[in-house]
Design a protein around this ligand. Structure first.
Ligand SMILES: [Mg+2]
Length: 156
């Protein structure tokens, strides 16, 4: 749990972060080593969840050994399923990080929504629903490792 005191807004108490997988944490299904190390550190501080349709069945191997919970989507309506997953955790106590169309409701509902503009790009609806937009996976994870960065971007 971390508390983020944001001038001009109510303090946000975060219990965890929900991540989209493809295009947000991984590119072409590959998780980089620096990003793996950052996720390991984040998992020591907050609950970390990764949502994926896991089309190629590789997600369990990609995230093996990391302190996070992998959740596989089971319907064709990923955007609704992701929002429902977040609601089950408590949307007001969780941040969300994503990039694609099926993350736009997730980011809108989350206490803090972060859009990753990585090599896969980002959908404009998701971009518009984000509280912050960052250029990379690493930058997204680092926001929660050093919440002063969140404060800098969100303060009034
Ligand atoms: Mg994605």
């Amino acid at each position: 749990m971390i508390t983020v005191e944001i001038p001009g807004r109510a303090a946000v108490e975060l219990a965890g972060v929900v991540f989209d997988m493809n295009g947000t944490l991984t590119i072409d299904g590959v998780l980089g080593e620096p990003e793996r190390q950052l996720l390991r550190r984040l998992g020591e501080r907050l609950a970390v969840y990764v949502l994926t349709a896991d089309t190629f069945g590789t997600a369990a191997g990609v995230f093996a050994g990391l302190p996070l919970e992998l959740h596989k989507l089971t319907t064709a309506c990923g955007h609704l399923e992701k929002r429902a997953f977040l609601a089950g955790l408590g949307a007001d106590r969780h941040a969300a990080v994503g990039n694609g169309f099926n993350d736009h409701l997730l980011l809108r509902a989350a206490a803090v929504g972060v859009c990753v503009l990585g090599r896969e790009g980002a959908h404009p609806l998701t971009l518009g629903n984000a509280d912050l937009v960052v250029p990379s996976t690493a930058a997204a994870i680092e926001l929660f490792l050093d919440p002063r960065r969140l404060v800098a971007g969100l303060r009034s």
